[in-house]
Design a protein around this ligand. Sequence first.
Ligand SMILES: [Fe+2]
Length: 445
Amino acid sequence: VTLLAPSPLVLPTPVNHHPVRREVTGTVLEVTGRLPAELTGCLARIGPNPLRPSTGQHAFAGEGMIHGVRLRDGQALWYRNRWVRSGAVSRSLAELPLPGPCHGVSDNANANLIQHAGRILALGEAGVLPVELDDELNSLARFDFDATLAHGFTAHPQQDPVTGELFGVAYYHELSYVEHIVVAADGRVRRCVPIEVTGNPMMHSVALTSRHTVLFDLPVIFDAGEAAAGSRFPYTWAKDRPARLGLLPREGSAARWVELDPCFVFHPVNAFESGDECVIDVIRHDRVFDRVRRAPGESVPSMWRWRVSAECGVVACDQLSDFPQEFPAIDERRRTMPYRYAYTVAMRGGGAVCGGSALLKHDLVSGETQVRDFGPSCETGEMTFVPRHALSAEDDGWLLGYVFDQRTCRSRLVVLDAQDFTGPPVAQVGLPVRVPTGFHTTWLN
Ligand SMILES: [Fe+2]
């Protein structure tokens, strides 16, 4: 166990932000260690990979690319990287456009990947429709949940592990409200409720408890000036706009709003009910998109616990960890419930916001944090937790993710035993190419 020690983690940033230029399929992959036979599925990672990178481009704007490694029976069968077929990608590759409905001004599903109701969906920000993928990461069609979705969708729905339902909030700048959307376990929207807001806020995600969807109505809003200037992600900090949390009963239509100090949250860690309070753990940024408009790098993200009562407002705001960190992962079986373990990426200084050299494992009961540092030449992104089996204990399983090493300019898939967090990797799979710094990692089982 290593106790909190944030300062040594401020290290030079490996150069892994530029996009890759080609789609690659590799079927001869070098495995070191032993891949657990229980891991049958595909480890997929999504992020922007611009077709035509240019200086000054928004960090969120590049066309989406997915990298994946297929595991089965203790073997690594293939590596693939594939652009998500937006209109721009299809034109660039001289392909027919993707079928399916359209919504809004963007079709760039580059932000997140989920698996739901037997489908694999790439999700985008700000009202983009999902793109359905096949199990070799090829784009099939834009998807509106079998015509049950009226407008756009969200990048970060939360799935109730008991019912299998998805809860999310979709926002789009031409609507004067946001939409609370519930997708039933059969993959159809069963509920869509407008929630009045002002100023077109960006809502990247929600938190979910057993009783509430928690809305983050924070001071980042659509900026018509930035849009007119050509920004492909025109959302900026609004200095005088209040920050508030909304406690929306899952089946309700009116949120109880609670004011907060100004901040921004891309990613909650988890949330749960405790008596008459909601406990909401988040990665909190002091501010984003203010002086630095094209990437969220101007304040240090850290992990906080908010305890909120619908009757009394904010009960407590406590910083849980001093480390700069983002990209939280938990055992998804504990989503909406009290939980013990959270895994995050320790961020370097200097504005790198998607990768870092170390992973953190937080024990929220003991207060201890373990640090797993891959070394100054390496950069890890978000890890995802896969339980050993359906009934295994909360941290009895593996953490899977991609690690880039600038000494070789290659990436590798790393499998860690979550209960032996700082021990040697269980297995590693060398990849033929580099996986650039990106957003979210998903286990498609
Ligand atoms: Fe995200």
